[in-house]
Design a protein around this ligand. Structure first.
Ligand code: WT7
Length: 657
């Protein structure tokens, strides 16, 4: 563990208090209401969660025990209760609001498709029946590699309906990454599309699935279901491959949900850690669903008339929680967008908010920063008066971007919820409540009711106000990950390290309290990078580089970047002589493309620098702090006396062009 005690340096004095009218209508109205909920959780922890789980989730069989801590840190919530996630998202609305629009889908080219709860339910049932006909059963793993679409939500909900465990792989990941995830999960089916459209370009998906399976080790895959999106020709393996519309044709329009125990895994989602191998984060059904509903109501202040838009891809946890499960479980109308924010121009988001009268808008700081750069005045040309809440997630938001979001998008009227959470936490953890919490730009403020977070030093002691340290969660929570798929030991070691006697969940983030106790997230303290809100392990990128036949050794670090938060910087030692200027440019391009194929385009290093060696300590450890300074073009202040060959510092400082 990194021994860092970070002093809080930034003092933010601007405070934004929610407007009286907003407070009055809010689901959690005012700080006192927030404090009452926190106090209830403090006073009777199981009582608090038990009450909420009974009030908000529909149970087929009620639970008798709220929390089982006997096998901590493998906590179990509502374990003897039975339910179905898809029933909670769809069937519960069939009597009350069947004709309400569930999803407004806007395609890359602007074409809009709407689907009601009744129709969504019908399609999920038909698809679920189709999957069953192909032998997909409860507990089986299904990989989903699909574009943003109504069909992707149908696919996820259909898995949930039959108790199959979905593992969505982001469409921007390469065939190689897809293959690794198929193998690790032991999936028996892949659900994909012929292609997807982003920014006017078609990106093939089925071809990557074929390539992944052809790489070997995927013999468990008996079925590949293909949603026809682009109509472009695809290779076909008879028997294995089936069109989504053919699979659904003639299937019964209802499908009895598979009632599962609350602890039944709803999904696995792979995310990067500090080793070369991504972790299959495993989530539960009951606790997860409860937290999606509560955070929708508390943080997004969900109301029946809302048009909710979370811009995240279903390939990330944000898309699972606030596209697929949270909004539907609350009976919301939500927007799903296929394309990218800058196509056909940087006004796309604002036009969509105007056209669909979006009320709650949730996006990432990197998108905000890129839209400021591409057209900071553009929001002024659109009618954004429908907006009432703005949210951000994925990385720290710099105060300037926060202020722009507040003034130019929200016109000073909309509370901003800066929500801190992780793939592992399932849902929001630290966030303002829009009708209660006075906000400060750049701060995620306070933990939500029932969430016990703290900032501690290396010995596990709380650092207190005005200080920084490591962010931990000191009590379990219903939506927490249950384990790492197939690797419980890694789960325990990573998240409940012995450093804190296995008592605290270690988030892997550095954070600080200001003098008022507001939490500011600083960033990862492990070897994980955050590039445009996407999590990437430095080890993963290093392994990908070293897998190239010309590379002998590689070290990857992040450096701050105005647009993407962090940029990937790689230091590479080749098996051949250190390249001269002309060769270097070509090799850089080759290696970037290589990493793109190994992991995905998001992992391509921005800078690659070559040295005859890497700076190492006497014990052979790469001096990463030194590399970070070099990547930032900073003056080197560390002690370099132990370096074998100081000349390599000069080499590594030279950028290849
Ligand atoms: C990491 C988790 C949670 C969905 C998207 C990312 C960073 C997340 C914030 C925020 C500062 C944030 C953290 C965290 N992060 N939200 N509001 N302020 N940092 O999920 O890929 O699991 O990444 O994203 O570093 O650990 P993820």
């Amino acid at each position: 563990m990194a021994a860092t005690t970070i002093e809080s340096v930034l003092q933010e004095n601007r405070i934004f208090t929610p407007a009286e009218a907003f407070v009055r209508q809010a689901n959690v109205s005012g700080m006192d209401a927030y404090r009452r909920l926190c106090a209830e959780a403090e006073k009777d922890f199981p009582g608090f969660w038990g009450r909420l789980a009974r009030e908000h989730v529909l149970w087929k069989k009620p639970f008798t025990q709220v929390l089982d801590e006997s096998k901590a840190p493998f906590f179990r919530w509502f374990a003897d209760g039975e339910l179905n996630a898809s029933y909670n998202c769809l069937d519960r609305h069939l009597e009350t609001q069947p004709e309400k629009t569930a999803i407004i889908f806007e395609a890359d080219d602007g074409k809009v498709t709407r689907i009601t709860y009744r129709e969504l339910h019908r399609r999920v049932c038909m698809f679920a029946n189709g999957l069953k006909a192909r032998g997909v059963k409860r507990g089986e793993r299904v990989v989903i590699y699909m574009p943003m679409s109504i069909e992707a939500v149908v696919a996820m909900q259909a898995c949930a309906r039959i108790g199959a465990i979905h593992s969505v792989v982001f469409g921007g990941f390469s065939a190689k990454s897809l293959q690794e995830r198929i193998i690790d999960a032991g999936a028996i089916a892949v659900l994909t599309a012929d292609g997807q459209f982003r920014g006017g370009r078609e990106i093939p998906l089925k071809a990557a699935v074929d390539e992944a399976i052809a790489m070997g080790g995927c013999e468990s895959i008996a079925t590949v279901v293909v949603y026809r999106r682009s109509g472009s020709p695809v290779a076909w393996q008879a028997g294995r491959d089936v069109w989504m519309h053919d699979l659904m044709a003639g299937q019964p329009e209802t499908c009895e949900p598979e009632w599962v125990g609350a602890e039944h895994p709803l999904f696995i989602l792979y995310t990067s850690g500090s080793t070369g191998k991504p972790k299959g984060v495993q989530h539960s059904t009951g606790g997860y669903l409860l937290w999606m509903i509560l955070t929708m109501k508390w943080v997004f202040d969900h109301k029946p008339g809302d048009i909710f838009w979370c811009t995240a891809d279903v390939g990330w946890v944000t898309g699972h929680s606030y596209v697929c499960y949270g909004p539907l479980a609350c009976g919301a109308t939500e927007v799903i967008f296929e394309g990218v924010p800058v196509y056909p121009d940087a006004g796309r988001f604002w036009k969509m908010i105007q056209d669909h009268k979006v009320t709650v808008f949730y996006t990432a700081p990197t998108a905000i920063r890129s839209l400021i750069k591409a057209g900071g005045e553009l929001p002024k040309h659109y009618d954004l008066s429908s907006l009432r809440i703005l949210g951000t997630v994925g990385e720290p938001i710099n105060p300037e971007a926060w202020m722009w979001y507040h003034e130019t998008v929200g016109r000073g009227r909309c509370p901003i919820v800066d929500t801190w959470w992780q793939t592992e936490t399932g849902g929001l953890m630290i966030s303002p409540l829009p009708g209660a919490t006075p906000t400060k730009p750049g701060s995620a403020t306070f933990p939500l009711p029932g969430i016990f977070a703290d900032i501690v030093d290396e010995t596990g002691h709380p650092v207190g106000k005005g200080k920084g340290g490591m962010l931990v969660i000191t009590r379990p929570w219903p939506a927490m990950l249950r384990t790492i798929w197939g690797d419980p030991e890694r789960f325990r070691k990573t998240y409940y390290p012995a450093d804190f006697q296995g008592k605290y969940y270690l988030a892997g983030d550095g954070a600080s309290y200001d003098e008022d106790g507001y939490i500011r997230i600083i960033g990862r303290i492990d070897d994980v990078l955050n590039v445009s809100g996407h999590r990437l392990g430095t080890m993963e990128i290093e392994s990908a580089l070293v897998a190239n036949p010309i590379v002998a050794e590689a070290a990857v670090v992040g450096r701050p970047d105005d647009l993407t938060g962090e940029a990937i910087c790689a230091f590479v030692v080749l098996k051949q002589a250190r390249p001269g200027t002309e060769d270097a440019a070509r090799i850089v391009k080759d290696l970037q493309d290589w990493v793109g194929r190994e992991i995905g385009p998001i992992a391509k290093p921005r800078d690659i620098r070559f040295g005859e060696n890497l700076p190492k300590t006497r014990s052979g450890k790469i001096m990463r702090r030194l590399l970070r300074s070099i990547a930032r073009d900073e003056e080197i202040r560390q002690d370099v006396s132990t370096l074998e060959n100081p000349a390599i510092l000069q080499q590594l400082s030279e950028k290849a062009r």
